[in-house]
Design a protein around this ligand. Structure first.
Ligand code: PAF
Length: 282
């Protein structure tokens, strides 16, 4: 694996690889790598010739400085994990490299970034768009791979490419959620959970799964109430939101008879740790 730290160097390397006819698969990360990230790299390797992973904890997407401070940083083990799955290139820039000056760009995603995560984490998706657009400009991938646990992020990144980077033709590939044995969606934030919290956090996916089983017996509103009440009945957990939305415009579903695909998205506090997960209802 080659480690590259500057934007200039990574662009030069990618241009050279593209001249050799290689396709580039890109997995952007903030480190604290887990099996979910490694599965994205494995999918990238199946679909493209060269796998590039970036590791950068992006300050502009944190609306809470404590959250940024607490974010797990495990660079040495991350490098070992990347090597274990034969990653070709690690792009490891620092903050001065990515933000030599303040990034004042504001991305208009219409309603997409006003709901769910966008509503509760003001400015989060603008920060994601700032860093992902810069990474895309440097790495020039043919395909970029994102985990569907961050479902709203996946929808917004697709819009970022379509609306703000139309010349790049980057394909955004959504990849399945990888779960712990107990069902908890894998996330770097799981590192921050104690053993008892982790055990209780498994309830989130269990309730989402159960809600799928009873979907024919209940209205959309009843399912929403059911999910919130069941999760909140666990004393370790507190739901911030649970919405059932379509998978393109992220608008609230009113009836199961609507044609679009329906996704139930939840954010839950487990102690101080904020977890998200989702489930497709069709
Ligand atoms: O999903 C993440 O880890 C981050 O939001 C991303 C896409 C790497 C941008 O910093």
């Amino acid at each position: 694996m080659i480690i590259i730290k500057t934007r200039k160097e990574i662009s030069e390397k990618i241009i050279q690889l593209k001249k050799e006819g290689k396709t580039i698969g890109f997995v952007p990360t903030m480190g604290a790598l887990h099996q979910g990230h490694l599965s994205l790299i494995e999918i990238a390797q199946k679909h493209t010739d060269v796998s590039v992973v970036s590791l950068f904890v992006n300050p502009t997407q944190f609306n809470n400085s404590k959250d940024l401070e607490k974010y797990p940083r495990t660079i040495e083990t991350d490098i070992d994990k990347l090597q274990s799955v034969c990653t070709d290139i690690l792009f490891l820039p620092n903050a001065d490299e990515m933000y030599p000056e303040e990034d004042t760009r504001v991305f208009d995603f219409g309603k997409l970034d006003k709901v769910m995560e966008g509503k509760y984490r003001s400015g989060h998706f603008n920060g994601v768009a700032q860093i992902v657009s810069k990474l895309f400009e440097s790495v020039l991938p043919d395909k970029a791979f994102f985990g569907l646990k961050d479902f709203q992020q996946y929808v917004i990144i697709k819009e970022l490419v379509k609306k703000f980077m139309p010349d790049t033709d980057i394909e955004i590939v959504g990849c399945p959620i990888i779960r712990e044995k107990g069902g908890l969606a894998m996330s770097s934030r799981n590192e921050l959970l104690g053993a008892v919290e982790r055990e209780n956090a498994n309830i989130i996916s269990k309730v989402l799964e159960k809600s799928k089983e009873i979907v024919n017996e209940k209205s959309v509103e009843e399912i929403k109430k059911y999910v919130v009440a069941e999760i909140n009945s666990n004393s370790f957990l507190k739901v911030e939101y649970f919405e059932i939305v379509d998978d393109v415009k992220l608008e609230n579903i009113k009836n199961w008879s609507e044609n679009n695909k329906k996704v139930g998205c939840v954010a839950v506090f487990c102690g101080e740790v904020r977890l998200i997960d989702n489930v497709y209802y069709n």
